[in-house]
Design a protein around this ligand. Structure first.
Ligand code: PHE
Length: 441
């Protein structure tokens, strides 16, 4: 069977942006930025995104197209049998991420239900905080929604990702933008909101520590879907004559804009309602309902907001599932249905302790972190950057000519930046990421 391809360049860009833009940009970014002092974090994050981020994005897409194969196969074909290990690590990372990602994806479904039921329409911070904490720490309710989210993800992957995802992304990504703009405008008119904007944009470098830098790097990898093979897999579906640098630049730009918009959407409201900006994972789920409660037709906006959060999460989850599924199909010659169902069941099971670690199992910790936090930390802050270093080394030293050929396609410029990219892959990325990683451990 001929390998699937994207229908158009725009479709590819929006599908890749769909993978990138997800809970990372909309849910994680605002609270991680707040925990790390706002503006200074933003600058460091943007610094990583537009240097390492864009280079890694191009390298992954180029590797995927050159090898015409998903993660493990791509590393094996291009690098040799030992390099296949990096591909295996990527598949494992995809597996680990989706197991806790699906728990949060489930929260978005639950919040759609709670918005429809009117349960969370309140402007009282204490009430909303209580509802959220009560919900995520309850032993059974989040598991039900976790299962529902995983089932939805499997459903999309089974239905065929290219046409399904591509068309879905083309329709829903623009809708996401519009909704965010509406909510930002409303949020900015709340009394006290401008303090939040100032907090978000004013860099306070006294707050910068080793942790800030590691968190920024980890979040950059996580929110751009880098270092684990998703962009390799998506790149393998790109047509021969599509420009990779141009597409990668769009994906990085769109994702960064959504991160900024998410900060502007959540933080002003946090200040207006007197929440603690370093409140953590609950930030989006607690503060946004408070904004809705103040809006005319707020309940409708709440439903729409959580639907869009679900959609953002779903297009990302599908790319994670595709990495794991295509691996089982290619390596074990499984049928797509079998592969997807088997993997989804296993990931569901691992998600159970992750979810319970936010409630009844919170006393079980390793390195001071519960299962949920451990999965999140190990993947974003350790394994994805490590995958990035290894990919950079392979691209820069071993297969640079093949990468260069892919990047030159459809690019009109005299390719002045190609030597800079080679230098980044060879020295800068490994040194910089390596330094941050070693300091972090
Ligand atoms: N980028 C996605 C997000 O921000 C998460 C993700 C990571 C998706 C890795 C695919 C691969 O939500």
């Amino acid at each position: 069977m001929a390998r699937s391809q994207w229908g158009s360049r725009l479709g590819f860009i929006l599908a890749a942006a769909g993978s990138a833009i997800g809970l990372g940009a909309i849910w994680k970014f605002p609270y991680v930025a707040s925990q790390n002092g706002g503006g200074a974090f933003l600058l460091i994050f943007i610094g990583f995104v537009f240097t390492l981020g864009i280079v890694m994005m191009m390298a992954e897409m180029a590797l995927g197209r050159a090898a015409h194969s998903s993660a493990v196969g791509a590393f094996r074909k291009m690098g040799g049998k030992h390099w296949a290990l990096v591909g295996y690590m990527g598949v494992l990372v995809g597996f680990l991420i989706l197991s806790f990602y699906s728990v949060v994806g489930g929260w978005t479904i639950a919040y759609i239900a709670k918005s429809i039921g009117g349960e969370i329409i309140s402007s009282d911070a204490k009430v909303l905080g209580g509802i959220f904490t009560g919900f995520i720490s309850s032993p059974s309710e989040p598991l039900f929604y976790h299962a529902a989210f995983m089932a939805l993800t499997v459903g999309v992957v089974l239905g065929g990702v290219q046409k399904g995802i591509e068309n879905l992304s083309k329709f829903l990504m623009p809708a996401l933008f519009v909704m965010m703009l509406v909510l930002i405008v409303r949020g900015l008119f709340l009394p006290g909101a401008l303090d939040g904007v100032a907090y978000f944009l004013d860099p306070d470098f006294s707050k910068v520590s080793a942790k800030t830098i590691i968190d920024a790097l980890g979040l950059a990898f996580f929110s751009l879907s880098l270092g684990m093979g998703a962009m390799i897999t998506y790149g393998s579906y790109v047509e021969k004559d599509t420009s990779i640098p141009g597409s990668a630049a769009w994906v990085v730009l769109l994702t960064t804009v959504v991160c900024l918009l998410a900060g502007l959407m959540v933080l002003p409201a946090v200040f207006a309602f007197g929440f603690d900006p370093s409140a953590g994972p609950g930030l989006t789920f607690i503060t946004m309902p408070a904004v809705f409660a103040k809006m005319v037709g707020g309940q409708l906006f709440a439903v729409v907001f959580f639907v869009l959060l679900l959609v953002a999460a779903l297009t990302s989850a599908v790319s994670l599932m595709e990495v794991v599924t295509s691996f089982m199909i290619d390596e074990f010659h499984m049928r797509r249905v079998q592969a997807a169902l088997l993997m989804a069941s296993l990931m569901f099971v691992l998600g159970v302790p992750a979810s319970l670690s936010l409630g009844i199992w919170s006393e079980y910790t390793l390195f001071g972190k519960g299962v949920f936090d451990l999965l999140d930390y190990a993947t974003s802050n350790v394994l994805m950057p490590l995958g990035g270093v290894l990919l950079a080394l392979l691209a820069g030293w071993k297969i640079w000519p093949q990468i260069e050929v892919q990047l030159a396609v459809g690019t009109r410029s005299s390719a002045l930046w190609l030597p800079a990219m080679k230098l980044t892959c060879r020295y800068i990325a490994p040194a910089l990421i390596g330094f941050v990683l070693v300091n972090g451990l």
